[in-house]
Design a protein around this ligand. Sequence first.
Ligand SMILES: Nc1nc2c(ncn2[C@@H]2O[C@H](COP(=O)(O)OP(=O)(O)OP(=O)(O)O)[C@@H](O)[C@H]2O)c(=O)[nH]1
Ligand SMILES: [Mg+2]
Length: 387
Amino acid sequence: MFLSRLRYTVNGAKKFGDSSVIDKDLLRLSIHAGSGGQGLPRYNGVGGDGGNVYLLPRRKMKFSQVFNSFYNKKRQLLAEHGSSSNQLTLIGKHGKHEVLQVPLGSECIDEVTRKLICRCTVPNQSILVAKGGKGGCAANEYKGQKGERLVMGLHMKLQPNMGLVGFPNAGKSTLLKALAPEKKSIKIAPYPFTTTKPQMIDVRFNEFTGEQKEDRFSLSCADLPGLIEGAAENRGKGHAFLKHLEYSDMLVFVIDVHGFQLSANLNDIFRTPLETIALLNKELEAYDRKLVKKPCVLVLNKIDLPDGEKRAEEIETVVKSEWHKKLPSHLKPIFPIHFRGIIKTSAKNGEIGSLKRLLQKIYEELHPLQSMSFDEEFEEKSGSILL
Ligand SMILES: Nc1nc2c(ncn2[C@@H]2O[C@H](COP(=O)(O)OP(=O)(O)OP(=O)(O)O)[C@@H](O)[C@H]2O)c(=O)[nH]1
Ligand SMILES: [Mg+2]
């Protein structure tokens, strides 16, 4: 996991990728395994088996590579049929298997039954998704069997080191911009749902070597569109965003210290900062309780606005104690999050306080070998790191 997430240049500095908006993360495919060839009863000839269809998870594969492999082609995966037996070739040839490479972490759903077919979590280990039909033989009266068919949804999930979680307009993208100021493409605006598609951006972490400041590594950060109440029931396409948090190492909750209201519409209830924390907690645990068990950091944003600092102090005091007990029962989460740290910020002014240090600390605790790689014994004299 470590090697896949950190990419070093020859001199040990981290290489930076461009910001990437995830345009597409779902591909629907018709899967047809090959049918078995016909047998030849008079000569006891056996038909070849139909080819199977497999998925092969690849660690470094990008979502776009999968889409490109179907560019201008039908979205079908067809394995070869087995050959029928004939008087010259009594034993028919087996059909060729079809193998599709997919990004690690992809999930396959049967689009008709909506059941999970498989999770592609082990790199380079092929997974059978449709079995080819058996060739005709005595056992099946020499009639080749049909191969399995299905319509499969391939759901690709990001694997960020950290995921930003918050209601719309809380300042998630602004915080990301403060963490990665060199990225120009991050869109920020004073209205909800500015971010409409997930985006992954590398955030630089500086290591200091004596006097010299060096960029040594980066962690990937997923900026997601704002969640709304009911996201766990797929309101506001919640599932399409929440799924990208499943493989993240840690979560960063971004909260507006002045609370949240989707619009001035009376139907949209005003939520206090504590209520927004509780509601996000509830949405996440309802989607997948594993999410709230991840290390979580709370960022109290917009402290530059009037009363901001005072409000942030008040919220911090409440959250540091048993914060969920102060909520009405319908807002109480089942698994209240214990935040690893609370940071008060003005992301707009580029103030992120000790957020980076905290994120780095959590990351190093999660991946202890990671910090060792900075030790001199891992470095060659030339400065390159031995991996
Ligand atoms: N005063 C102040 N405004 C902020 C701060 N952070 C963000 N904003 C403003 O809040 C608005 C929303 O910021 P975004 O970063 O787009 O919020 P978001 O959470 O990414 O919103 P969505 O993409 O819609 O989910 C923008 O007008 C920002 O300038 C802050 O620290 N202080
Ligand atoms: Mg945004």
